[in-house]
Design a protein around this ligand. Structure first.
Ligand code: TXA
Ligand code: MG
Length: 328
């Protein structure tokens, strides 16, 4: 398959381009598109064959369910059998945006979307291109991150094509995404609601709206059975082996002749490595993280060492992604 790439304005997407992408989706094809978090790989969520093609293109295990993207909160009614009061509170506060909500699914959602489970994950993204596409198709779109399974999520069209060139019909290239890491996933079928994947919307922000929520432990090994297959330990990983470590570790590796990439958010000292300085603000760090890892991954290094990120709620999602990226 030849993957077409079309550049599109992120703020005012060209209607003809959107119509073309929507036509591909309506006939069961695969289109990668930007969201404010990462690029997604979209298919018609109501078409089991189309959704099956997502799993094939990504090499994704069939037990890992997909997020269904919607054009507005009202569209969730047809996809779900019930919605607690917290659903309306959370969507009023955070949609469109970086929050995915897990609810009991209705019969219209094919089993392949939910990996056979009784719940469905839904999100209304905030990116103008994603919203234009959702409105033009008039369909809910199943869309995981547009990368090969277990690899780094893409924050640019080049990242998408690194893994998926030749495996998808079209990519809409709107330049780099801004939120950087994947949405927070909150399970509203649990009592109290439970964060399955930490993300840009923090636990404190959620609790300010709906009261106490629980958190799946950031543990290694993870809980068994896994509450969400996306919590598989190795995930979000560059092809180059990655570890969390200090500048001393970098110097030791360099002395042994190892070619090291050093990702640090503190003052740079001489490291005899390829150094990438990161912002000390968590949101800015998140925006850059995958782009830096993708870039280091193309340099033929033997190892990437990342300075452990600070403690604190706003760094939790970053710590989570880096811990998973470092599982070998
Ligand atoms: O920001 C994002 O969420 C991006 C953009 C494209 O929207 N999407 C994304 O999708 O990261 P994906 O497939 O890479 O990650 C979806 C996560 C996985 O951890 C998956 O296991 C979990 O959501 N998930 C999906 N449906 C679920 C369900 N019904 N119950 C529990 N977890 C679910
Ligand atoms: Mg993913």
């Amino acid at each position: 398959m030849n993957t077409e790439r079309i550049t599109i304005d992120p703020q005012s997407p060209d209607p003809d381009t959107i119509a073309r992408a929507a036509a591909i989706l309506r006939r069961g094809g695969l289109v990668a598109f930007p969201t404010e978090t990462v690029y997604g790989l979209g298919a018609n969520a109501l078409d089991a064959d189309a959704v099956g093609r997502i799993f094939t293109a990504k090499g994704r295990p069939s037990n890992n369910p997909l997020i269904v993207h919607v054009a507005d909160a009202a569209e969730v009614s047809q996809l779900t059998s019930s919605r607690p009061d917290t659903f309306a509170q959370l969507t009023a506060a955070f949609w469109p945006g970086r929050l995915t909500l897990v609810l009991p699914k209705s019969e219209v959602v094919p089993d392949v979307v939910t990996a056979g489970g009784a719940t469905v994950a839904v999100r209304m993204p905030a990116h103008p291109v994603a919203l234009a596409l959702l409105r033009a198709t008039q369909l809910p779109l199943a869309a995981p991150s547009a990368n090969l399974s277990s690899e780094l999520s893409p924050t640019s069209a080049d990242h998408v094509l690194r893994g998926l060139a030749g495996r998808i019909d079209l990519i809409l290239d709107a330049g780099p995404t801004t939120a950087g890491i994947e949405s927070t996933v909150l399970d509203l079928t649990a009592q109290p609601p439970r964060v399955l994947r930490p993300g840009p919307i923090t636990t404190a922000q959620l609790e300010a709206v709906i009261g106490p929520v629980t958190q799946v432990a950031l543990s290694n090994p993870p809980e068994t059975p896994l509450p969400s297959p996306g919590l598989l330990p190795r995930h979000y990983a560059p092809r180059t082996p990655l570890e969390l470590g200090t500048i001393e570790r970098v110097r030791d590796l360099a002395r042994q002749g190892t070619r090291v990439g050093w990702v640090t958010h503190s003052r740079t000292e001489e490291a005899n490595a390829t150094v990438r300085e990161m912002p000390s603000d968590a949101a800015e760090y998140a925006e850059k993280l995958y782009a830096v890892l993708h870039e280091l991954d193309t340099l033929g290094l033997d190892r990437i060492v990342v300075e452990p990120p600070p403690e604190g709620d706003e760094w939790l999602a970053i710590r989570d992604r880096l811990c998973r990226a470092s599982q070998m």
